[in-house]
Ligand binder design. Sequence first.
Ligand SMILES: Cc1cc2nc3c(=O)[nH]c(=O)nc-3n(C[C@H](O)[C@H](O)[C@H](O)COP(=O)(O)OP(=O)(O)OC[C@H]3O[C@@H](n4cnc5c(N)ncnc54)[C@H](O)[C@@H]3O)c2cc1C
Length: 404
Amino acid sequence: MGKIKKMKAIIVGGSIAGVSCAHSLTLAGWDVLVLEKSSEPPARSPTGAGLGLDPQARTIIKSWLPHPHLLDETTLPLSIDQNQGTDSEKKVTRVLTRDESFDFRAAYWSDIHGLLFNALDPTMFLWGHKFLSFTMSQDESTVKVETLVMETQETIEIHGDLLVAADGCLSSIRKTFLPNLKLRYSGYCAWRGVFDFSGDENSETVSGIKREYPDLGKCVYFDLARDTHSVFYELSNKKLNWIWYVNQPEPELKSNSVTLKVSQEMINKMHQEADTIWIPELARLMKETKEPFLNVIYDCDPLERIFWGNVVLVGDAAHPTTPHGLRSTNMSVLDAEVLGKCLGECGPENLNLGLEEYQRIRLRVVSEQVLYARCLGRIKQGLDRDGVGLEQKHMPFFSGAPLV
Ligand SMILES: Cc1cc2nc3c(=O)[nH]c(=O)nc-3n(C[C@H](O)[C@H](O)[C@H](O)COP(=O)(O)OP(=O)(O)OC[C@H]3O[C@@H](n4cnc5c(N)ncnc54)[C@H](O)[C@@H]3O)c2cc1C
């Protein structure tokens, strides 16, 4: 008597947006099931690289963790945002802008994912389950999801009250509503790498880089050369994270991923170009980094809506963005928080109202941020002359976005 049925959310995608929604929806009183096609939690393999967390996302993440101090322990401060010009001929740099009131922290992707995932009940997750399709009931109150169990190749049906698309920038759930939407190629790809110097702190490479980048450990460096730029900062556990954006025609994506398979020949060519563009210390670090990888950089014109009936988009599925505003993880965390708060406050009987509130609050913020990051990338890659300031602090809603 009087027992209210708990609403059930099916979340597709167990990356940052998916695990964040698992936290916020559980807190809002929902049952949660996460379907993820990868066969196991990524924290067990050294996936990903670095990302920057803003103060608002950090506060939210801490509120989800049973041991909030772990977030500070696994991240390093980024209290300085510095843009510097590189003269590729003379191989010297000069400071263009320096903001010493920056308040980000540098994190390793798999550390953040691990912190968030480990704070959840693991039975909520179905690993090795690939989402195939869904059908909404006519009154849009329930949803039936078909998923492929990768190990057995059998297809199973799962029923829920809400479908959360956290399936990344190439979202197949988004495609069912917007079949003609094409991502916009930015004009460049990004070489990325993490240089691990644990046990090797006194090597010439490390002492050279610390001499040229004396604020490593508290600064995010943007090096701007002609028609190209790189980003460089330290991560905890003696790791250095770098990203180098290279203008080029759009490569063909052979799989459903924006990370390209790279050949030794492509890596050799990247090493040669690093020597011609960057100061020797940075080029050397890039050349000594094991297994660099290449991301194709896309974004998307802001969507007009991010929910249909009882299906809602979050994270990169809702707003594919270029990475220049250090935003995508922060946006995913905020999407999750706002979604949880809106659904919690409106109650299960007003799901549609809760989703409308989520869309109203988030769409304006993420749309402005995506377009700003696009401008910043185009300026730094020499594709546009001007439009926005180089410093991160000019990002719309930099000092905080509305929550509810
Ligand atoms: C392994 C990995 C490493 C990353 N490393 C970094 C990093 O170092 N720095 C950084 O800034 N960003 C990184 N990112 C991207 C970053 O997580 C996102 O840009 C941002 O946080 C938004 O996250 P998201 O969850 O919306 O999307 P994504 O992180 O792209 O996650 C989408 C998830 O959905 C799953 N998925 C997609 N289709 C299906 C399907 N049909 N069925 C089931 N599951 C599906 C994918 O396997 C993936 O786990 C990484 C992403 C991944 C997946």
